[in-house]
Design a protein around this ligand. Sequence first.
Ligand SMILES: Cc1ncc(COP(=O)(O)O)c(C=O)c1O
Length: 420
Amino acid sequence: MKSESISAIKSLADFYDLPGKDIMQRAKEFKVFLDDIKDKKHYNYKRTSYGLATGTRMVKDHYNAHAKEMIYLSANDYLGLTSHPKVIEGGIAALRQYGSGSGSAPLLGGTTDLHLQLEKEIAHLKGFTTALIHASGYASNASAIMAMLGKEDVAITDMFAHASLIDGCKNTNQKFFKHNDLESLEHVLSMCCETYRTKLIIVDGVYSMDGDIAPLDKIVALAKQFGAYVMVDDAHATGVLGATGRGSCEHFNVYNQVDIVCGTFSKSLASVGGFIAAKPELIELLQFYSRGYMFASAPTPAAVGAALAAIQVTKTEPQIRQNLWANITYFKTNLLQLGFNIGSSQTAIFPIITGNDLVTKEICRELNEMGIYVNPVLYPAVPRRFARVRISLSAAHTKAQLDVTLNALEYLGKKYKIIA
Ligand SMILES: Cc1ncc(COP(=O)(O)O)c(C=O)c1O
């Protein structure tokens, strides 16, 4: 096989395991694949950003010697709060008062009054009285599920649920239902009805690659019918959905009907760290059995201080969320008028579905050259026929920045024949 063609015929999926090859041989073969992507200027991963993220950002890619200002459409900082003065101040004040690290796991010395305050605030935001915070959303999701479900239980998971949720199900029985398909969910529930001790339906509130919303009200109703519990990951819904931005439960008015709400501080809440909100007795159990809580240090004070300030800003400055929704409506209307396939996007995440890996990579390469920062989403992350350019909007984007992006997409959409 010629090395020039390897990235056209292979994908990440081909390197998960290479039978008979040890890890160093596997790394060598993977390098050949990556080098080919780099040669084709399709390697737009891990570009280096400088300074604050606003609607634009200074970015250096792998092909040019200098950083340039780019329209920044790849952050999940939906409210633009990572550069909000009060959020930055919240982080700095916590850093000054509590120091740079938490020093220990939460049960063993890493808990400050600031950590407790954040647990209380996030619990309240999600309609509970108790919550746990972890150093990352991935760890909190995966380890909470591992702590809750064992061999006699079943996780009934939307097939597009986030990797952290899927990975948490490795020690239990896992059944998938078709994405956002209630008939499929009902079918899986009916098959599991008698067999398992705990039945836990696991969904994302907003799906990270499609921007669509889980029909939580109907999922909750089915759960009741079949005696199942519901866990929703509000990572991309927090700050975005609901009349006051509290997320999926507010959007569907199903407070007290969802058993576990999890999520992360790394998106709208402009910091880092994960949370699990649930009834006090479950939270108490998780403190001792969630390995990502027991065996990992508590989030840093700066991260906690910034997240607390961000929650406060979501309450006191609702205009920011309104700006986000004005951007979403404007961008979506224009994309649809231009004829793009944006799947069933309903939020700030826009998949521009090209249906072809190579076309997606070429469009992203050209957008990078034009100063527009987006990401390709390719097989195996999505099936090849759903390959897409992923765009996420924030309240910080200006109409002018959105117009530049729309013009570039129109030009490239016609060039690559994905719109007429
Ligand atoms: C839906 C979803 N859940 C969980 C996570 C993990 O969060 P974190 O980045 O805090 O580890 C992410 C994101 O990265 C996500 O998109």
